[in-house]
Design a protein around this ligand. Structure first.
Ligand SMILES: Nc1ncnc2c1ncn2[C@@H]1O[C@H](COP(=O)(O)OP(=O)(O)O[C@H]2O[C@H](CO)[C@@H](O)[C@H](O)[C@H]2O)[C@@H](O)[C@H]1O
Length: 459
């Protein structure tokens, strides 16, 4: 099969969050299985520092009245062709934001459609989030090209229909009030990144006002769980971390904890329960719940908290205040840094993810892979990936709470804090979490089946 991935992010060259992980990992697995997979991204201003990109473009065309260039290179350490859309609107150093964001990505989607029609024609265009949402609308006029629209973040829906009509060409058959809604109607298949979230988004509570549309298209709506790149994220071989280890040599992991405490300005103490969070600091991730319980948790325990994230200024500054107040016990790093994130996963005891909603979540998978026990709210993909730890029957992989409520979260954190005192059981819990299979193998097979059904017209 010929598959074109179109997205705003792809790890390791352009990543803000989990969508980058998916677009950087899934194509590699599909390629190994024999498919011709290619990726298209905008040519961001920062990419020339991260990649070898030929100065000559391979193709030029026009979309929305603007000329653009296509540069071709490879996704690092792979054989996967990477097409970069060269246009001045993407020459900045940020992936998202800016006054022209809607225009910029609508232009990107338009250019991707031109590429699929006139330069490299795939069987499937696999579109990710609102930035690519108009592609399925336009591809309805090309019955030989099928489209998959993957929802990573339903909250951001792109430009309204009215704005789209001013910016670009909206065919008469276009349905929906904005770009995301239009993609849900037009794509051959739509998928959410976990089975539980695929169910939840059909309800008003989680549907971000698109639940009526999602119920309308439910026959073609699937839930396919994200995986992680288990070669890249492997505590046995990861060169970013201080000490490599496996589920069988968990003793060695302590070196990472002590080094992490030292590097983060925390009191160095192997017995202290060290809890971490690595996240975009936005409402989705439950940062407000954390802010509500921090004083109580730090007051009633001897635990330490380590937070790595960027996002809303309000959350950043509130967390920084805590770091100043609890010097030596709370460390907050407001940066986006892959190397630091891996050192944190490999050294913390437990990982916080009290999300308000969670389409799948990659972070809790990485945490488990590196032996950090997840403390999660039972929502979306967190339900599908973290199982309730039962110390009596020695099963389960993490600590879970259901209600989006500070007291429930606090109680769950205390349960983990108490659980940590029983080191034998904790070690077994860590080994169980590390031994879960979070590779892409199973989910890649599900994607291939969906692509094939799209081609065969089976819904
Ligand atoms: N400051 C920082 N420095 C370094 N790394 C950082 C970082 N902040 C976050 N990260 C990394 O970014 C990724 C976050 O991925 P998640 O899937 O957990 O959430 P996100 O909401 O971004 O993704 C959305 O898309 C994905 C993919 O489908 C869904 O899993 C998820 O539920 C959905 O919300 C992880 O790899 C994490 O380590």
């Amino acid at each position: 099969m010929k598959i074109l991935f179109v997205a705003a992010e792809a790890s390791p060259i352009a990543k803000v969050g989990g969508m980058g992980d998916v677009v950087g990992a899934l194509p590699k697995v599909l390629k190994k299985l024999g498919h011709d997979v290619r990726i298209m991204l905008p040519y961001y201003g920062f990419l020339s520092e991260k990649l070898m990109i030929p100065s000559e473009s391979v193709w030029q065309a026009n979309a929305m009245g603007h000329n653009f260039d296509i540069f071709e290179t490879k996704l690092p350490d792979t054989d996967i062709p990477l097409y970069l859309l060269g246009h001045v609107s993407f020459s900045g150093f940020n992936i998202y934001g800016g006054h022209d964001e809607h225009w910029r990505f609508t232009f990107f989607a338009n250019a991707a459609a031109e590429l699929a029609w006139n330069y490299w024609t795939p069987d499937i265009v696999h579109c990710h989030d609102w930035h690519t949402a108009m592609i399925p609308v336009w591809m309805q006029d090309s019955p030989d090209i099928k489209t998959i629209f993957t929802i990573h973040n339903l909250a951001y829906q792109g430009p309204s229909r009215h704005a789209l009509q001013h910016m670009t060409w909206c065919p008469d058959h276009m349905q929906g009030d904005n770009a995301m809604a239009a993609a849900l109607y037009s794509a051959t298949f739509v998928n959410a990144v976990s089975p539980s979230y695929a169910m939840e988004i059909k309800t008003p509570e989680y549907g971000e006002r698109l639940d009526p549309v999602l119920r309308h298209v439910e026959d073609k709506l699937k839930g396919i769980l994200n995986g992680i790149d288990v070669d890249k994220y492997n505590p046995k071989t990861d060169s970013f971390i201080e000490q490599n280890f496996t589920a069988k040599s968990l003793d060695k992991r302590l070196v990472n904890k002590l080094k992490l405490q030292e590097d983060s300005g925390l009191n160095v103490d192997q017995n202290t329960f060290l809890v971490g969070m690595i996240s975009r600091l936005v409402e989705q991730k439950g940062v407000d719940l954390l802010l509500q319980v921090m004083d109580r948790f730090l007051g009633h325990t001897s635990a330490q908290l380590l937070i790595l994230g960027t996002g809303d200024h309000f959350y950043e500054s509130k967390l920084a205040e805590f770091a100043a107040r609890y010097y030596g016990r709370v460390s907050v790093q407001i940066v986006h840094n892959e190397a630091i994130s891996r050192r944190i996963y490999s050294g913390i005891d437990a990982f916080l993810m009290p999300s308000r909603f969670e389409p799948c979540g990659i972070s809790q998978l990485l945490a488990m892979r590196y032996g950090a026990i997840p403390i999660v709210r039972e929502t979306g993909g967190l339900i599908d990936t973290v199982t309730f730890f039962d110390p009596n029957n020695e099963c389960g992989t993490g600590y879970c709470f259901r209600q989006y409520d500070a007291l429930d979260f606090y109680t769950c954190m205390i349960r983990a804090y108490e659980g940590y005192r029983f080191q034998d059981k904790w070690r077994k819990l860590q080994a169980r979490a590390m031994n879960q299979d979070f590779s892409w193998n199973k989910s890649a097979a599900e994607y291939i089946e969906m692509y094939q059904d799209a081609i065969d017209g089976i819904i």
